[in-house]
Design a protein around this ligand. Sequence first.
Ligand code: CMP
Length: 141
Amino acid sequence: MTIERTLAIIKPDAVAKGVAGQIITRIEHAGFKILAARLIHMSADEARGFYVVHRERPFYGSLCTFMTQGPCLPMVLEGENAIQRWRDLMGATDFTKAAPGTIRRDFASSIEANAVHGSDSPESAAFEIPYFFSSLELCPR
Ligand code: CMP
């Protein structure tokens, strides 16, 4: 088993609904270590930069507007196979296709307002984690 780090975000829809605490409880019960977390309100430029990989997609503009509509909670999770395990806990991007018991199935309200984000590969985690957190904030403890 590989110990990995992944970037998770509790998105503005979930923070606004007041379910961030329930999502964090699920993260803790699943055995992830939360290495860092910060409540932020992204600017348009910050959202565009974070989702730059999707810049050619038709939903890019709307997604960036959605991510700036209120505070969100990026965090770094660590654990065995953290990238895939966090994606399994989140469920499918489209919450109507997400398995019962997953975070998106329980808390998302649309394919865009889908409650949480997670890195989809080690390469994206390597881009996304330092986008929000410096190495000083990720000291081993
Ligand atoms: P996320 O896992 O953060 O990755 C990209 C985001 O784009 C996705 O979750 C959704 O919030 C948003 N999105 C909006 N429309 C779509 C779509 N049709 N397909 C995939 N992602 C979408």
